[in-house]
Ligand binder design. Structure first.
Ligand code: FUC
Length: 793
């Protein structure tokens, strides 16, 4: 349903004349800022979120629009694979319209999103008064809180209207000092007699002034010194209950408790706790490429990107920080992954239903989680996988319903939050193995064996059951995945796509390693024998073919890709799973395969949707092509204003949301991960320092990247050369580090030299103890070479 403007902001309210600020610059380095209110939700609104509940801010002066979402508000099917239009859609929850009364002009206008502190604001002056608004989405207090302030007393007079996107009008009540506004309703579900219920509450408080009910609509604040708003919408979604909902009668009380507690606590305490909480995540990792401050607005920074070198690096640094901001803001709370738009969606017709898309998108949302030190924020996705695969019934039923198997679990490409999916390309069932890669990677980064035993392994084992039963023995004596798809082109159903074979290879290899960690007793002997036998005879998805004179990695075992029209430019890199995010293809692989993978990646070119460019950055980092990464980054950060669907208009909007187009958040996350991949890789267990550093990043530093083995790594480099590398060993154990040379001095926290073993001319190995911090310093005058250069072409 599209929003009807008449239902929302009173149509007779037009914006006042606004003069842009020409003097303001933000205090925090990583601040997105603008000197005009947003006029288009997709391109210009600014998002805040507490991981589950969030808002988007338009920042008008007379007409302030705050649109909000909760990750759990979905209409659609419960269980079963159904038609494309039936399985459902992520829904807009509501809009808050705050009209500032008695205002005619605004000067010195600016609005911003400070991602170093997770606070958003609007400020302007009018008639000798300075007005300032602040907006936050608090995790500790679970509300969106808004504060309107003015430099003189009695100057805040507003009208507040809450709009229920999905049903009846709100109820307004006030005692003159506080107003409480609520709305509630149900959204339609099918496959069950029970709909999902939602409830929203807003409390408005003022310092000074009065609050009255408006004779037509909403509430009026008159002559206040300050106004604060506390807002929360929730649903009765509960994935632990059979029907995915809990008793709707309990919902209003749950919301009231949260909003009333927040209103009693007060804005300043909520703000202080919010910033402390946010920074406990955000400050763990930081990329510094530029000393520049954002002295120009974000739209200007983006426009100047192609030519303005210091600004250029600042935008790249900002985009990295923003990826982490968006993850902290969209992946906490309920055990559901962030969707195609994170948690932010206005109107009820988002692209691809803003669903959980399993053939690249939801995975990409989580690519930065481990390397950029937000490992715990991977859990809403990982717990969701475990729950749906091992505790709920539908993914297990899918094994039979979509694939005719009797064991294990699987899912299709398009998914809602109720275990249901659409039947679009439903023969694509290999997403289960790809999901298991995430389960395993979290273990590799954390070495948390309890997690491995209880959360990851049961789902990995069950996924192996599915594939061990489903694989077919081909004439060439190898095991193949039948009837698979190589998203999203070429033959719809074919045995042994490179994509499916590489993913099953990854699943089997990881599961065997997990058994090695947990002990053979974790499975029965028959399973282990079957797994070993089929792994040994598995077609590993790595074969080459010549296409128009170039040796490429095969995408289809039984179709030459030269016969598929899009092989040179298709946005998906489905046949390169083993290069990234997998680790099957490395420079130590068979040289023919390594070179074919490089050729295939280069053949796919330098264009794409936002997410495709992001995948290319990560993949080029894996082939040590720093210049290629920078070229793709330059392309990915190109301004776009197009909001329709177009595969060739990838880029960023002025609010730094990634454009597929339309807005799709995977590209934000994927590009953030790509920048981390350029600076540190650890896929094979060796810490590769600055593996794909472009010349544009000749000097810089990064702190708090994570490596496999639970190492935390800071790197400072100059002239392309790592100067110091600091490695904190969280769990102890040996660490292997690849550097430009082996002459780096290694000292421990007390400054004592650490004994190293030289593995080859670039690689050293040394022992660490849990909690130990080790500093590797480039102190050898003889070694002046730049960072390790790998031959990729
Ligand atoms: C995949 C991609 C599309 C789009 C959709 C949501 O199917 O091929 O480009 O991103 O997901």
């Amino acid at each position: 349903m599209q929003l009807q403007r008449d239902d929302t902001m009173p149509s007779n309210i037009s914006e006042v004349s606004i003069t842009e600020s020409t003097t303001w610059t933000p205090l925090a380095k990583h601040t997105l800022w603008y000197t005009k209110p947003a006029t288009n939700w997709m391109t210009s609104t600014l998002p805040i979120g507490n991981g589950q509940f969030g808002a988007t801010l338009m920042g008008g002066v007379k007409r302030d629009e705050i649109q909000f979402n909760d990750k759990t508000l979905w209409r659609g099917q419960v269980g079963h694979i159904v038609g494309n239009s039936e399985y459902g859609c992520y829904l807009d929850f509501g809009h808050l319209y705050i009209t500032t009364r008695e205002i005619n002009t605004a000067t010195n206008y600016r609005r911003w999103l400070d991602i170093d502190n997770a606070t958003a604001g609007v400020a302007y002056s009018s008639d000798g008064v300075d007005y300032e608004r602040q907006y936050i989405a608090s995790y500790p207090d679970q509300v969106v809180a808004i504060r309107y302030a003015a430099s003189k007393p009695g100057k805040i007079s507003t009208n507040l209207i809450l709009y229920n996107v999905n049903g009846s009008s709100p109820r307004y009540a006030t005692d003159g000092k506080t107003a409480t506004v609520t709305f509630q309703g149900e959204v339609k579900r099918t496959g069950t007699p029970n709909n999902e219920s939602y409830y929203c509450e807003m409390i408005v408080k003022t310092k000074g002034g009065t609050i009255t009910q408006d004779s037509i609509r909403g509430i009026n604040v008159t002559g206040a010194d300050e106004m604060t708003v506390y807002l929360r919408g929730m649903t009765n979604f509960d994935p632990g209950n059979d029907d995915y909902i809990y008793d709707a009668a309990l919902l209003p009380g749950n919301v009231q408790k949260v909003v009333e507690a927040a209103a009693n606590k007060g804005y300043q305490s909520i703000l202080a706790d919010h910033i402390a909480d946010y920074k406990s995540w955000y400050d763990r990792c930081e990329l510094s490429l530029s000393n520049a401050m954002p002295t120009t607005t974000t739209p200007n920074l983006i426009s100047a990107y192609a030519t303005d070198a210091p600004g250029n690096l600042l935008l790249e640094e900002m985009y990295f920080a923003y990826g982490r901001y968006l993850m902290i803001s969209a992946s906490r709370g309920v055990d559901l992954p962030s969707n195609l738009q994170g948690i932010w969606s206005s109107g009820n017709s988002p692209g691809w239903n803003s669903d959980i898309h399993s053939n690249i998108n939801v995975q990409m949302n989580y690519w930065p989680a481990e390397p950029t030190n937000l490992s715990e924020l991977h859990m809403p996705f990982l717990n969701y996988i475990h729950r749906e695969a091992c505790e709920r019934s539908q993914w297990r039923a899918n094994a039979q319903e979509v694939a005719g198997q009797t064991k294990g679990w699987t899912l299709t490409t398009e998914n809602n939050i109720y275990g249901s999916g659409s039947n679009w390309s439903s023969n694509y069932t290999i997403a289960n193995a790809w999901y298991c890669m995430h389960l395993w990677q979290h273990y590799r980064y954390t070495l948390d064996q309890q997690y491995l035993r209880n959360i990851a392994f049961p789902a990995m084992k069950s996924c192996c059951d599915y594939w061990l039963e489903r694989l077919v023995l081909a004439k060439d004596g190898t095991y193949e995945c039948p009837n698979e798809y190589s998203p999203e082109h070429g033959p719809q159903q074919q045995n042994a796509t490179a994509h499916s074979q590489q993913l099953v290879w990854d699943l089997f290899s990881n599961t065997l390693q997990a058994i090695n960690v947990l002990g053979n007793d974790i499975v029965d002997a028959g399973f282990l024998t079957d797994l070993n036998t089929k792994f040994a005879k598995l077609d590993n998805g790595l074969a080459t073919e010549e296409v128009n004179g170039t040796i490429l990695l095969k995408e289809w075992k039984y179709t030459n890709q030269g016969t598929v029209s899009d092989y040179k430019r298709h946005r998906h890199l489905s046949h390169l799973m083993g290069l990234y995010p997998g680790e099957q293809i490395t420079k130590n692989s068979d040289p023919k395969i390594w070179q074919a993978a490089i050729n295939s990646l280069n053949t796919r070119g330098w264009e794409g949707t936002g997410w495709s460019l992001a995948q290319k950055i990560n993949s080029h980092a894996r082939i040590y092509d720093g210049e290629g990464c920078e070229r793709l980054l330059n392309r990915a950060l190109r301004l776009t204003t197009f909001t329709g669907t177009d595969e060739s208009r990838g880029g960023i909007y002025e609010n730094l949301w990634d454009a597929h187009a339309p807005f799709q958040i995977d590209g934000n996350y994927g590009t953030c991960a790509g920048m981390a991949e350029m600076l540190l890789q650890s896929k094979t267990g060796t810490l590769e320092i600055l593996p794909a550093l472009p010349s544009a990043w000749s000097t810089g530093s990064v702190k708090g990247l994570k490596a496999i083995g639970n190492f935390t790594v800071d790197i400072a480099w100059a002239d392309g050369m790592p100067q110091t590398v600091t490695i904190e060993s969280v769990k102890g154990g040996d660490v292997t580090v690849q550097l430009p040379h082996t002459g780096y001095k290694i000292t421990n926290a007390s400054g004592k030299n650490v004994k190293k073993k030289i593995i080859d001319k670039n690689t050293v190995k040394f022992s660490t103890t849990a909690g130990g911090v080790y500093k590797l310093t480039h102190n050898d005058k003889k070694h002046t070479s730049k960072a390790v250069r790998h031959k990729t072409k």
